[in-house]
Design a protein around this ligand. Structure first.
Ligand code: B12
Length: 227
């Protein structure tokens, strides 16, 4: 199978919510055919760039899943089945996204903001940061601004990565920045933000340092900041 066909097949199976060949899939009747786990393993064997798998197969197909949810074709459990596929794929891809040295490149706290349960993008960012040699404290999702400020003080981290996927919760990022100011630590911390509804202009509006469109750009940004 050529590389593009394999990428398309992985994406198709994420949309179908099929983790392994045993799963029947959203359209049913697909059991027995290779699913995300088998296809991602094969893609690595065929030396397809893991970055291409993350962006062109996993991320792109989750956009389609979102569109299907928007149109009412998919319900919450369908989105969750696809989310599980991305998690399974990242378990396989994680070790291949590593180029770490032994020495820590710095400490970063990661969180999805309060009211928001979307953690797939943040988890990918965490895997990438660890792979690049950063010490990551992942606070999970639905995290309050107070807790984030406390953890930054406790860990002495110099970077904070915030994620939000909802147009309603993205404004929580501003609350976090205000909490850092109240704690008197805003100047010591570089704040990176990401998630589909966020943008460079939004980052400027709320006083974050930088917006990243994906996990790979985030690594370049962190490396640039360290220079
Ligand atoms: C999966 C999913 C869910 C799952 C989440 C499971 C999980 N564990 O994460 C579940 C089923 C729980 C869910 C629930 C809901 N969802 Co939802 N969901 C999605 C979906 C389909 C995919 C998101 C995703 O994982 N994308 C793949 C990842 C890899 O991409 P990413 O998150 O953008 O991350 C990349 C970059 O953005 C960036 N990045 C992200 N964060 C960060 C952070 C930092 C620091 C950096 C540097 C970079 C960075 O790097 C990442 C990797 O490259 C999106 C559709 C979409 N287009 O986004 C809808 C979507 C976000 N959901 C939506 C909605 C409406 C909901 C619900 C309100 C539905 C409901 N009625 O209950 C609830 C809200 C629950 C809550 N309180 O959070 C809407 C939001 C609309 C809006 N304008 O706000 C969307 C857009 C779907 C749609 N088109 O309608 N959802």
């Amino acid at each position: 199978m050529n590389a593009q066909k394999l990428i398309d097949k992985i994406g198709f199976n994420v949309i179908q919510g099929r983790v392994t060949a045993e799963d029947e899939g959203f359209d049913e009747g697909l059991e027995g055919q290779p699913a995300v786990t088998e296809l991602v393993t094969r893609a690595l064997e065929e030396k397809i760039d893991p970055k291409k798998i993350v962006l062109d197969a996993l991320t792109a197909s989750m956009e389609t899943v979102g569109e299907k949810f928007d149109k009412g074709e998919y319900l919450i459990p369908d989105m969750l089945a696809s989310a599980e596929c991305v998690g399974a794929a990242m378990d396989i891809l994680g070790p291949h996204l590593v180029d770490a040295g032994i020495e820590s490149k710095g400490k970063i706290v990661l969180a999805t903001v309060k009211g928001d349960l979307h953690d797939i993008g943040k988890n990918i960012v965490g895997i990438m940061f660890k792979g690049a040699g950063f010490e990551v404290t992942d606070l999970g999702s639905d995290v309050s601004s107070e807790r984030i400020a406390d953890e930054l003080e406790r860990t002495g981290a110099e970077y904070l990565g915030l994620s939000a996927l909802l147009t309603t919760t993205m404004w929580e990022m501003k609350e976090v920045i205000e909490a850092l100011k109240s704690a008197g630590i805003r100047d010591q911390i570089r704040v990176l933000i990401g998630g589909a509804p966020t943008s460079e202009s939004f980052a400027q509006e709320i006083g974050a340092d930088v917006h990243c469109r994906d996990a790979f750009q985030a690594i370049d940004v962190l490396r640039e900041m360290k220079k």
